[in-house]
Design a protein around this ligand. Structure first.
Ligand SMILES: NC(=O)c1ccc[n+]([C@@H]2O[C@H](COP(=O)([O-])OP(=O)(O)OC[C@H]3O[C@@H](n4cnc5c(N)ncnc54)[C@H](OP(=O)(O)O)[C@@H]3O)[C@@H](O)[C@H]2O)c1
Length: 233
């Protein structure tokens, strides 16, 4: 099978890591764009992206929506890992749907976190009517991370609410050092404490998940979460 040809939109820490792992995971990076790739015409056009199968986008919350809309118009299936821009998700989603271009987006491309979210959902479902239990959600990341709480933590709490857990979930974040990311959800009562915790050991898991999503979206259309890639819709 032929390698999936990738354009990296954003060539920072994640872009470099995706490139480093690409060839051993069925992909080949054929283009790298950094902050000069603003959607000011040309750089993200269909013509400029000729020969690209999939764009993998890891930029920043300000840049992501406009870059993504340009990729939708250029009909380049896209994987977006940037966090902190989801209030603009409806307009981005609409652009991909209107153009019939494929998109996978996720605040966290770790397979382990996807499984963790399912476990958190189950716990929330089981404890939703146990009023003695209060809940918290906490995360820690390196001090260069721009958004807090992390998109992943918000996504976890969203899953708890969707599972029927309607009581307060106390949210907190820490930013220190070079930490690649820990997320914790806990439930506490007079009788006991339940702690669910995911610890990322490095950023590699995110890059591997993004490459998995890139191979998948190359042959799919529509707008999808990473969980749909892993577990089906
Ligand atoms: N979903 C996940 O699994 C996951 C995992 C880790 C991180 N993230 C998120 O991914 C994003 C990137 O993280 P990072 O650690 O790679 O950040 P980073 O090291 O700061 O890299 C950001 C890159 O984006 C480029 N950029 C900025 N504006 C751009 C634009 N308009 N068009 C194209 N490129 C542009 C920057 O270019 P210059 O160098 O020229 O400024 C830089 O190369 C963050 O939002 C982070 O929270 C997500």
């Amino acid at each position: 099978m032929q390698d999936t040809k990738i354009a990296l939109i954003g060539y920072g820490k994640m872009g470099h890591l995706v490139e480093h792992l690409a060839t051993s995971h069925g992909c080949q990076v054929v283009m790298r764009l950094d902050s000069k790739a603003k959607h000011d015409g040309g750089v993200l056009s269909a013509n400029a992206l000729k020969g690209v199968d999939v764009a993998v986008e890891f930029t920043n919350p300000e840049a992501a929506p406009e870059n993504l809309k340009a990729l939708a118009v250029a009909h380049i299936p896209t994987v977006s890992g940037t966090t902190g821009w989801y209030r603009r998700l409806p307009e981005v989603q609409q652009a991909f749907e209107k153009e019939g271009t494929g998109l996978v987006y996720s605040p966290n491309f770790s397979v382990g976190v996807a499984v963790f979210r399912r476990l958190v959902t189950e716990a929330a479902k089981m404890l939703k009517d146990e009023a003695d239990y209060g809940a918290w959600a906490w995360e820690i990341h390196h001090d260069a991370k721009k958004d807090a709480p992390s998109g992943t933590l918000l996504h976890l709490v969203e899953a708890m609410k969707a599972a029927g857990y309607s009581r307060n979930v106390d949210l907190s974040s820490s930013r220190a050092g070079k930490h690649p990311g820990t997320h914790e959800v806990g439930f506490d009562s007079l009788a006991d404490t339940i702690t669910l915790r995911h610890v990322a050991r490095s950023r590699e898991g995110f890059a591997l998940g993004a490459l998995k999503a890139a191979r998948w979206i190359a042959s799919h259309s529509g707008v999808h979460t990473f969980e749909e890639v892993l577990f089906g819709s």
